[in-house]
Each structure stands twice: as structure tokens, then as C-alpha cells.
Design a protein around this ligand. Structure first.
Ligand SMILES: Nc1ncnc2c1ncn2[C@@H]1O[C@H](COP(=O)(O)OP(=O)(O)OP(=O)(O)O)[C@@H](O)[C@H]1O
Ligand SMILES: [Mg+2]
Length: 500
């Protein structure tokens, strides 16, 4: 019998400061073998910080840890890896311009050494086994990692972690980047590990998922542990209240069914893209929130990119109705009052090393001027308004975006496009990784944009959010539209039927 209920990791009185930011304040945490532990809390509450300290990615400012009963002071990730701790990080954890196999064995090439050389063939073969072990097919370990999309790259990271057969696996906000198939792979791994006496820590803003899979939920708020709740006491309202420190109502979504104008603002005229989309027609109307849903590989993310001129359209056209402008590239889209929130925020939507200020202000260069000059005052209020509306958790607007927690980075992307006051906004998974309180604020802002006459396309893998917010919904399957539904007639079952 695998040994369970033995303390595996213990964190004692841990603090972590970044300059004047207190990320963790006197944390005590104890996680056992055979357990699936969830960490839950608002954006910036300290979940990634505490996990990454356990996994040797960064050091605490003070406090101690034990692992398997001994003092635990990892200096690098490799220390942790050797001791049996693996973490799938919240941000991109693979390097683009090296092969999949090289990523899987990064820092660990020595086992493929032949004299002074590395046996790449053996490494690629072994990487293939690592991918097979978690049931992933369709990724070639010899290919450059940059060829693969975010979901596939997350699967590569998972394969890497699992190859090392960890005793403790930490999964930080990974599931929201994955389709159901990817999620199922992770859940299966988590439960197999727990059943065999190993330990899993998972971080996610999806409360249902957390309640379904975790044995205990540790709630963090402002760098402190508020409570540890065991499975039998799980109650969604109570957990939410502990996370935000106040009662919050379950009504995030708009309640009306006010419809939209007849005027078409943007249309795709039988567009075909290189990979996914085949002769797709669609129209977006003035004052419409149009949802696009489907399974993750149905082509909806590519459609969002194509509508904004980021994906090559090999046949057909994307046309702005007001003057028949053809959206051939993103510059044309931007100049003509369109905005786009990408699903891949770190690579496509943010300049990570630049400040929050610079990132948000980047959409306002044509708006914050007085004559030929940029007005610092206008620019400041342009940025501050978003920081406030979205409660971006930062020291000040001049901090680099790289210093923000994952969800707060997402708020910067959203804020940058909200500020832009675009007439047409394409949102690809805008609420990915943001906590429930901010989700509610985002929905409110989207709704206000509609009321102000804007047109919005919302691409999402979360049906409840689409049903809650959209006037109309297009469901995609295999690069084509497989169903159209109107707000008054949404029905889960019919929607799902048209997806599969
Ligand atoms: N490198 C850094 N420099 C400065 N501040 C940082 C840095 N990393 C994290 N922080 C701050 O520490 C706090 C905790 O961040 P952390 O990433 O742990 O939050 P989180 O709970 O994982 O949030 P999210 O749900 O958004 O991922 C935040 O206020 C964040 O801005
Ligand atoms: Mg985080």
C-alpha cells in the first residue's frame, strides 16, 4: 500500500517581499502524501509565489520549509527536480527556438552524453516516450517547440514534469489554457498520483474544477492563508466569500435581452485560412455581443486572429462595412477602430519588460495628444482609469508588467483595449486566469461598451460566460459554423450538440 497522510511539505512562517510589495506574509502550510491540495484566491494573493518557492524557482525572504521531514532550501529548479518536485508554471514554461525534446530534457542532457557529444537521436526517442507516457500523440519531439500552440506547449511541459516521476506535482493555472482533452489528461495524472501516495498542488480560478478534484482547499488573500477547507465542507459561496473577504452575489452576467442594431459592422465573406477555416461567413452587428464557442481546436481562435488581420486569409475577405475596407493586416484593423485581446497574452498582447503605463498607453497615442504633442496629463488619466476600473494590483503604473501576477497581466491587456475605445473589439478568452471579482468587473465593462454602441466578439471555451453575456452565439466545428443561437433560446444541450 502506498503510504498516505504523511507530511510531505511544510512551510513555516514564510514571508516574501518584492521591494515594498508584500507577496506572502507569515504563511504556514502543510501538505500530505496522497493528497490533492488546491490553492485558491484572488489575483495577486500569493498562490504562484508560495508554489514557486517550494519548487526552487525563487527564494523566500524569511521562513523555513521542510520536505520529506528534512530542511528544504532549494537553490534552483534542478535541485527541486532531483528531489522529486515538478511544477507546471503559470506562464509559458518552454523555449520556442529549441526542439520539443530539448525542452523536455533541458538542463538534463547528461544522460544522452556520448563522449563529448549529445546523442540527439536517443534524446528525441526518449522524449517521444515521455509524451506517450501521458497519452499525447501528434507532437513531434524533433520539431522546434515554437511550431506548437499554447495547449500543445503546456502538454510538453506536463510530459517533462511527469517523465521525472515527481513525488510532488504543482500545477499553476494550467487548466484554463487547455481544452477538455488536455484537462482530462491532467486530472487523470493528478488522481493517479494521489492514489499512489504522491502529492499534487493545483491552482485554478475555476472553483467548480477545484471542488471536483481537490481534497482540501487553501484560501489565500493578500499574501495570507485565510483558511484550509476540507472536501466535506466545500460550499462555493463560503469559499468565494473567504477569497474576497466580503459577500459576493452570484449574478455576474447581464440580465437583459435588449438585442442589437440591424446595421452590420464587420463581415467575413467566405474566408479560408491556411490551416483551419474553410469558407466561413459571418456578420457582426452594431451594439452586438457575438459569442463564438466550440471545442478548443474548432478554429475559433484562428477566426479571431483572421478577423483582426493576424492570420493569413487565403481566400475570401474580412470587410469593414462602413467603407468596405478589407482587413488585410493588423495595422489596418487597428487604424480602423478595431481592438484584439489575444489568448496568448505574454507573446502577443504585452511588452513584458515595459511598464503597465507603457503597455496601456500604447493604444492611446492618437488620442492623448494636444496638437502634435502627447499630453502626459491625458495619458496618465487614460492609464489610471483602467488601473482603477480593473483593480490592477500593482505598486504603481511604472512597474514592469513582468512583476505582476498572471491575472493582473491579463487585466493590463484587457485595460489597454478598453481604454482604446475601439468600435469593434475581438476578445479571445478575455477572462482567462482572472479571479471571480475581476471577471464580474470585466463583464460589466463589456456590457457598458455594448450600451455605448460598440460591437464585441467574445471567443470563449466557457459556455456559461458566452450564454451569460452574448446576444447571439455562433458555434464552430472543424473550421466552420455549425450552429447559430439567439439569446432568447440558449439551451446547453443544443449548444453542446452543435460542438461535437
Ligand atoms: N517579480 C516580482 N516583482 C514584484 N512583485 C511581484 C513579483 N512577482 C510577484 N509579485 C507580486 O506578488 C504578489 C503575489 O503574486 P502572485 O503571482 O503570487 O499572485 P497569484 O495569487 O499567483 O495571482 P494570479 O491569480 O493573478 O496568478 C502580487 O502582488 C504580485 O504583483
Ligand atoms: Mg499566479
Amino acid at each position: 500500500m502506498p503510504e498516505k497522510d504523511r507530511i510531505l511539505v511544510e512551510v513555516n512562517d514564510m514571508c516574501k517581499n518584492f521591494g515594498v510589495t508584500i507577496a506572502l506574509s507569515h504563511i504556514n502550510l502543510s501538505v500530505k502524501t496522497g493528497e490533492i491540495r488546491g490553492l485558491i484566491g484572488e489575483n495577486g494573493s500569493g498562490k504562484s509565489t508560495v508554489s514557486s518557492i517550494i519548487a526552487g524557482i525563487q527564494a523566500a525572504s524569511s521562513g523555513t520549509m521542510t520536505y520529506e521531514g528534512k530542511e528544504w532550501e532549494p537553490v534552483t529548479v534542478l535541485d527541486a527536480q532531483e528531489a522529486g518536485i515538478g511544477m507546471i508554471v503559470q506562464e509559458a514554461g518552454t523555449i520556442s527556438n529549441i526542439s520539443v525534446a530539448e525542452n523536455i530534457f533541458l538542463g538534463n542532457y547528461k544522460k544522452f552524453k556520448k563522449g563529448s557529444l549529445i546523442d540527439k537521436r536517443a534524446m528525441i526517442a526518449e522524449a517521444g516516450k515521455a509524451l506517450n507516457k501521458i497519452g499525447v500523440t501528434g507532437i513531434n519531439p524533433g520539431f522546434p517547440t515554437g511550431m506548437y500552440d499554447m495547449q500543445e506547449r503546456k502538454l510538453i511541459e506536463i510530459a517533462k514534469c511527469i517523465y521525472n516521476d515527481p513525488k510532488l506535482l504543482i500545477v499553476d493555472e494550467t487548466t484554463t489554457a487547455l481544452s477538455q482533452r488536455g484537462r482530462d489528461i491532467i486530472y487523470q495524472i493528478m488522481h493517479n498520483m494521489a492514489d499512489s501516495g504522491k502529492t499534487v498542488m493545483i491552482i485554478s480560478h475555476d472553483l467548480n474544477e477545484m471542488m471536483e478534484h481537490c481534497d482540501t482547499l487553501t484560501v489565500l488573500r493578500d499574501g495570507m492563508i485565510i483558511d484550509n477547507i476540507v472536501r466535506k465542507d466545500f460550499d462555493p459561496d463560503n469559499i468565494k466569500q473567504k477569497m474576497v473577504g466580503r459577500e459576493i452575489s452570484g449574478h455576474y452576467y447581464r440580465a437583459d435581452n435588449d438585442g442589437y442594431e440591424d446595421q452590420v459592422v464587420l463581415k467575413a465573406d467566405c474566408i479560408t485560412t491556411m490551416e483551419s477555416i474553410l469558407c466561413l461567413n459571418m456578420e457582426l452587428h452594431e451594439k452586438e455581443i457575438l459569442g463564438i464557442g466550440g471545442l478548443s481546436d474548432c478554429g475559433m481562435h484562428i477566426l479571431g486572429r483572421a478577423l483582426y488581420g493576424l492570420e493569413e486569409v487565403v481566400d475570401g475577405k474580412v470587410i469593414l462595412s462602413k467603407d468596405n475596407t478589407v482587413i488585410k493586416n493588423a495595422q489596418i484593423a487597428f487604424k480602423n477602430g478595431m481592438g484584439y485581446v489575444s489568448k496568448n497574452r505574454d507573446t502577443e498582447s504585452l511588452e513584458l519588460n515595459a511598464s503597465i503605463f507603457a503597455n496601456i498607453a500604447s493604444t492611446g497615442y492618437d488620442k492623448n495628444n494636444v496638437g502634435p504633442f502627447i499630453s502626459p496629463k491625458k495619458e496618465k488619466s487614460y492609464v489610471d482609469k483602467q488601473i482603477k476600473a480593473l483593480r490592477i494590483k500593482c505598486q504603481n503604473a511604472y512597474q514592469p508588467v513582468s512583476a505582476l501576477s498572471g491575472g493582473n497581466k491579463q487585466k493590463v491587456v484587457f485595460g489597454k483595449w478598453c481604454a482604446d475605445d475601439a468600435d469593434i473589439l475581438i476578445l479571445d478568452c478575455p477572462t482567462r486566469g482572472v479571479d471571480i471579482g475581476v471577471k464580474a468587473a470585466m463583464y460589466q465593462l463589456i456590457y457598458e461598451m455594448k450600451k455605448a454602441g460598440k460591437s464585441i466578439i467574445m471567443i470563449s471555451e466557457e459556455l456559461p460566460e458566452l450564454m451569460g453575456m452574448c446576444d447571439r452565439m455562433l458555434i464552430m466545428r472543424d473550421g466552420q459554423i455549425s450552429g447559430e443561437f439567439f439569446r432568447e433560446e440558449y439551451d446547453d444541450r443544443k449548444l453542446i450538440e452543435s460542438m461535437i
